[in-house]
Write a protein that binds this ligand. Structure first.
Ligand code: E4P
Length: 307
């Protein structure tokens, strides 16, 4: 199933995907686009000078607008500063869901995106009990994937492209062939593990750098794809054969990986790429969220400037 990975609402209207995903970097780009200035202005008015409310209203405004064009769910990310703060994540997720509900959108149409840290996974476990569905993002290691499934989260977003970026830089090569692509291999491994052991958590491959990575993962529960790659896929001729299937996964000789907190931390820490990319991803989303706050703050009417 195809998901649009963008804050560009016109692109979503054009592609009509099932679901859509946003993140602070995508919303920074969208909020600066004059086509969506009315959403920024509306959020500013509703926030009435409250800096925290302004960011929430903005994220929810884009989410609600996106939902007008899709039948499924939109993903809205919590503040990256809360990545190691279980209680803070719970509070923020509940606030976002309340704002969606005030706007007439039920929690069944929203996925709250939380970084796949130990604390984020524990927060998501609690949110799922409250009927708040979560998309665990910035997922790079097998340990993160196992912990998310054990926590019963609705969906995970294992990143393909950023894994590929890391290995390309480490190996100092221009490209890594698809057959050896470590991002593709990561999602394949997670998908097989989930299906083999009957986990309900959905696997949504994310962060693609080239269409071949998407094609290699055909059959995955969901794939979230940026509009430029959707265009390239649409232009390409031919059928895309299924690569991942439940039957194939169930035939794999896999062992269960039991993970308590110590084992999770050990296994995750053992994967240098995942440790670096998770930290880097949190820093980048935080930096873009700050830029976004500054941008919308600079537009707020005088006397209502936000920090
Ligand atoms: C989607 O959920 C992710 O935030 C997105 O795919 C990340 O993509 P990037 O690695 O291109 O930023």
């Amino acid at each position: 199933m195809v998901v649009a990975d963008t804050g560009d609402i016109d692109a979503i209207a054009r592609w009509k995907p099932q679901d859509a995903t946003t993140n602070p970097s995508l919303l920074l780009a969208a909020a600066q686009d004059p086509r969506y200035r009315h959403l920024v202005d509306g959020a500013s008015q509703r926030a009435a000078g409250d800096a925290e409310a302004l960011m929430e209203e903005l994220f929810v405004a884009f989410g609600c607008e996106i939902l007008k064009h899709i039948a499924g769910r939109v993903s809205t990310e919590v503040d990256a500063r809360l990545s190691f703060d279980r209680e803070g994540t719970l509070r923020k997720a509940r606030r976002l869901v309340r704002r969606y509900e005030t706007a007439g959108v039920g929690r069944d149409r929203v996925l709250i995106k939380v970084a796949s840290t130990w604390e984020g996974i524990r927060a998501a476990e609690q949110l799922e009990r409250e009927g708040i569905h979560c998309n665990l993002t910035l997922l790079f290691s097998f340990a993160q994937a196992v912990a998310c499934a054990d926590a019963g989260v609705t969906l995970i977003s294992p990143f393909v492209g950023r894994i590929y970026d890391w290995h390309r830089a480490a190996r100092k090569v221009e490209d890594i062939p698809l057959a050896e692509d470590p991002g593709v291999a990561s999602v394949t491994r997670i998908y097989r593990y989930y299906k083999k052991f009957g986990y309900a958590t959905q696997v949504m491959g994310a962060s693609f750098r080239k269409t071949g990575q998407i094609v290699e993962l055909a059959g995955c529960d969901l794939l979230t794809i940026a509009p430029d790659l959707l265009e390239q896929l649409a232009r390409a001729a031919g059928e895309v054969p299924r690569r991942l299937s439940v039957a194939d996964a169930q035939a794999q000789p896999l062992e269960r990986v039991p993970l308590d907190e110590a084992a999770y931390r050990w296994l995750h820490n053992d994967d240098a790429m995942a440790v670096e990319k998770l930290s880097d991803g949190i820093r980048r989303f935080h930096a873009d969220a700050q830029k976004l706050a500054q941008f919308v703050g600079s537009l707020a009417p005088a006397g209502r400037r936000v920090a």
